[in-house]
Ligand binder design. Structure first.
Ligand code: NDP
Ligand code: BG6
Length: 513
């Protein structure tokens, strides 16, 4: 099997590898995929997982034989689950034909089983139902753990009792957070590996499934004009910005235990950074890409306290409407110091990036929703046109903006002459706006990731050594922030965030874009 895939057999294959190999040879019509959404009554399942599964079904991406099971403690019949799910399904704007018919067909393949997350008996009953649906075909099973992290291990332990027993594969998608720090993450990995092999674990970071994040490698490695510029020689700083224009509404209980650094920076923004900064991988194979990501993460300096600014949003009244403070949320402990905003300066100590600040900024309840990568290039040496920018060199530098969301776009800011007889310079955008260029709706990140998990493609999932390297960068500073009870800078709901973020950037001669 490995030879067929052009890989070398370097070690004795694991049971999972044998199963993957066997299912590779089975005629797809003879096999079936059972997808169990564990925590099916929850927010993520309703908001993202079922709609993504339906979109895959609509696009004809699911195998011929598949069944979807919702599993949770809540009591529900199949009909009640279908009713709940039907409210969340949507056809793409550009594909409305047969929409209702497709939804009906999809819902008929959704079932529900109620049970406890720590009960092997309840999971054994699920296994029985799954077998009935599989009808003796080779059974491949995917479990999506869409539950709070404190019950991951119990659920994983039990899923092994309803794992595929034949030659089919069993894979488990695990949602973030993967621990709170290096130790808890290592403990979680160790516990997961008691029941699963590493290649059965699909740690999801949904930012990796976003169109423009996937496009990063294409932009870098298939355009001759960018890769030669992609280093300290030409890039002055890189900014990774995440902002939401709403607070933690409804998720305060979860959020307070984690804070914005763990919720966004350590995973979503750091993953983008790794893809942005890694060396060229040997191939597009999952392991080659993940090897490069680990290498760049391990070349990074652990974050220092003086390179971090934390903030928390406070109540603000605008236009007669009062927006609540973070601590007004009834699920947030009184006097909580948990940051809802953070800015940080990170550095990669390797030949390519030595001395280039990678600035991250992430916050909730800010003035707008956006996720962007901004690349500011160096000044043009001896620029003949400096006086046209009032000698403000920052105004004259090129900037590449990759807008991950909303309104996906790639903008390259260049200088040009204003047309006319005089000689005046202007800043313009070479702009690729996805909505204008492509009429097709962009699939949700969860669609891509679910499809990859079904197909056994691990490229967009986090390997355990990547996770260790990511936690090693943030754990010391997170501990220090907590031990020293660092008071966050308070910023009004809907504002641009704490002014401290500007002082931090200024220390590295950076202006936020
Ligand atoms: P929920 O809080 O909605 O929980 C999902 C389900 O788990 C609930 O419907 C409930 O089902 C069960 N549950 C909740 N609390 C407990 C508990 N204390 N003990 C046992 N069972 C419990 O979570 P979400 O759907 O919001 O998130 C699921 C996972 O995805 C989490 O790990 C979260 O961190 C992650 N995630 C969520 C995102 C989101 O936007 N919601 C975004 C990114 C990640 P029942 O009572 O029926 O058993
Ligand atoms: C999740 C965080 O991982 O990502 C949330 O836990 C955040 O706090 C969400 O709101 C943002 O995802 P998206 O895809 O809406 O940008």
């Amino acid at each position: 099997f490995k030879k067929l895939k052009g890989e070398l057999l370097t070690s004795v294959p694991s049971t999972q590898e044998f199963k993957e190999a066997a299912s590779f040879y089975v005629n797809k019509d003879e096999s079936t995929v059972s997808i169990t959404v564990v925590g099916a009554s929850g927010d993520l399942a309703k908001k993202k997982i079922f709609p993504a599964l339906f979109a895959l079904y609509y696009e004809g991406c699911l195998p011929k034989h598949f069944t979807i099971f919702g599993y949770a403690r809540s009591k529900m019949t199949d009909a009640e689950l279908r009713n709940m799910v039907s409210k969340t399904l949507n056809c793409r704007i550009d594909k409305r034909e047969n929409c209702d018919e497709k939804m009906d067909q999809f819902l008929k393949r959704c079932f529900y089983h109620s049970g406890q997350y720590d009960s092997p008996e309840n999971f054994a009953k699920l296994d029985k139902k799954l077998k009935e649906h599989e009808g003796g075909r080779v059974s491949n099973r995917l479990f999506y753990l869409s539950i709070p992290p404190n019950i991951f291990i119990d659920a994983v332990k039990c899923t092994s009792s309803s794992a595929s027993s034949g030659i089919g594969w069993t894979r488990v998608i695990v949602e973030k957070p993967f621990g709170r720090d290096s130790d808890s993450s290592a403990a979680l990995t160790k516990a997961l590996k008691q029941y699963l092999e590493e290649d059965q674990i699909f740690r999801i970071d949904h930012y990796l499934g976003k169109e423009l994040v996937e496009n990063l490698s294409v932009l870098r490695f298939s355009n001759l004009i960018f890769e030669p510029l992609w280093s300290r020689r030409y890039i002055r700083n890189v900014q990774l910005i995440f902002s939401e224009d709403f607070g933690t509404e409804g998720r305060g209980g979860y959020f307070d235990n984690y804070g914005i650094i763990r919720d966004i920076m350590q995973n979503h923004l750091l993953q983008i950074l790794a893809l942005f900064a890694m060396e060229t991988p040997v191939s597009l194979d999952a392991e080659d890409i993940r090897n490069e990501k680990v290498k760049v993460l391990r070349s990074m300096r652990p974050l220092q306290l003086e390179d971090v600014v934390v903030g928390q949003y406070k109540s603000h009244t605008k236009g007669g409407v009062t927006y609540p403070a973070y601590i007004d949320d009834s699920t947030v402990p009184k006097g909580s110091l948990t940051p809802t905003f953070a800015a940080a300066a990170l550095f990669i100590d390797n030949a390519r990036w030595d001395g280039v600040p990678f600035l991250m900024k992430a916050g909730k309840a800010l003035h707008k929703k956006r996720t962007e990568i901004r690349v500011q290039f160096r000044h043009v040496p001896g620029n003949l046109y400096n006086q046209d920018f009032g000698n403000d060199l920052d105004l004259a530098t090129n900037e590449l903006v990759i807008r991950v969301q909303p309104d996906e776009a790639i903008d390259l800011k260049i200088n040009n002459k204003v047309p006319g007889l005089g000689m005046r310079l202007d800043r313009s955008n070479l702009n690729l706006l996805y909505a204008a260029r492509y009429s097709k709706e962009i699939p949700d990140a969860y669609e891509r990731l679910l499809l990859d998990a079904i197909e056994g493609e691990r490229r967009l999932f986090i390997r355990s050594d990547e996770l260790d390297a990511a936690w090693a960068l943030f754990t010391p500073v997170l501990k220090e922030l907590e031990e020293k009870n660092v008071i966050p800078e308070y910023y009004p709901y809907g504002s641009r965030g704490p002014v401290g973020a500007h002082y931090l950037a200024a220390r590295y001669n950076v202006r936020w874009g």
